[in-house]
Design a protein around this ligand. Structure first.
Ligand code: HEM
Length: 218
């Protein structure tokens, strides 16, 4: 095995950890806005949903960098499977395990969204609830494992993210609108089930269909 260690890997792990947490806070808040049917004339629910999905993609990129720099840095030997298998890291066993739990749950949410056309609406909704658990796990992971998360500005960022998501959860729970089955938008990356085609084939058609549905939902 090769040994690679430089403070820059460690700085990158710390920075990308914080950026990922902030981006996931944004993803959860935007998701709550969509779920609670917020959207007006200037920015509609379709646009909010698009933003929710785009930010989640950027968050995943930062999370992958966060994990890669951790794995490459031989100063903290966590083990190659530690990002997905909890409790096998010799370094900060519980803290890294909570990061792995968050990652596994986020992967489940992400894959189910990519396969949304093939997954039952109810199952997709159930799996999407894992995001709250993933977030709680990520917060505990940041606090237990992080260098910056325990004091000063880092702690303030973690506390602010926790507060924003806690308020989102309360708002989601208490201001829950009546269900509208089948009204959530499909991911543009979602594949149609075998033998079926998605209703709108070209980007322009999909755009028109989305705008029609946004007008209908307002
Ligand atoms: C959703 C998933 C995750 C999020 C949001 C996240 C976020 C964070 C945050 C905010 C920190 C604190 C940075 C600091 O205070 O310096 C951190 C630290 C850390 N994370 Fe993650 N993380 C996640 C998953 C993982 C996974 C799966 C691993 C496993 C390899 C991991 C490894 C680490 C390590 C080793 C540190 C300590 C860095 C240091 O020494 O300060 N993280 N993470």
């Amino acid at each position: 095995m090769f040994a690679l260690t430089t403070p820059y890997l460690w700085y990158t792990t710390r920075a990308t950890g914080m950026v990922t947490l902030v981006l996931f806070t944004l993803v959860v808040s935007l998701g709550t806005l969509v779920a609670n049917r917020v959207g007006g004339r200037t920015i509609g629910r379709f646009e909010l949903n698009e933003l929710h999905r785009s930010v989640s993609l950027v968050a995943m990129v930062f999370l992958v960098i966060h994990i890669l720099t951790t794995l490459l840095d031989s100063y903290v030997a966590t083990g190659w499977l530690s990002p997905i298998v909890p409790f096998i890291s010799p370094y900060r066993r519980v803290g890294v395990a909570l990061g792995a739990v968050a990652f596994d749950l986020i992967l489940a949410v992400w894959v189910s969204s990519l396969l949304k056309a093939r997954v039952k609406q109810q199952s997709w909704r159930f799996i999407h609830w894992f995001s709250w658990l993933a977030f709680a796990s990520a917060i505990a992971h940041a606090y237990l494992t992080g260098t910056d998360a325990k004091r000063g500005v880092g702690l303030a960022v973690v506390a602010a993210c926790t507060l924003v998501v806690l308020l989102s959860a309360l708002w989601r729970f208490f201001a829950r609108p009546a269900r509208a089955a089948g009204r959530t938008a499909l991911s543009p990356l979602a594949a149609a089930p075998a033998g079926e085609t998605l209703p709108a084939t070209s980007t322009a058609e999909r755009d028109r269909a989305a705008r029609r549905s946004v007008q209908w939902r307002r």
